[in-house]
Design a protein around this ligand. Sequence first.
Ligand code: ZN
Length: 121
Amino acid sequence: MEQQEQEQDPSRSGERVAFNDDIFRKANEDIHSQAEMLAPEDFERLPFICECAEETCSEVLQVPATEYERIRSDPRLFLNAPGHDVAAHGWGAVVERHDGYVVVEKLGRAGDIVEMLDADD
Ligand SMILES: [Zn+2]
């Protein structure tokens, strides 16, 4: 139980990245389901919150609803504002670049955790 001296352990920051991203992901799932209830066809692009690992980030991204659904169907993929992927500190890599947003895949332990967190919904 003497595990408290591991603040620099990279697996800890991987967890932090994963948990923070999961919070934004859940917020975006709410936005998406509310928009769908209102008028599914009226939204070409929906406002989503940047899902980067920076807790204070509140950047809003305009993402096509169909793109959001595609990205969300993979538990390891997240929407980020361009350049915000650096907040993942190596726990994520940009896999797609689009107009106004990028798609980041979570790697290693962060990827395992986000997948696990997504599975309990
Ligand atoms: Zn961000």
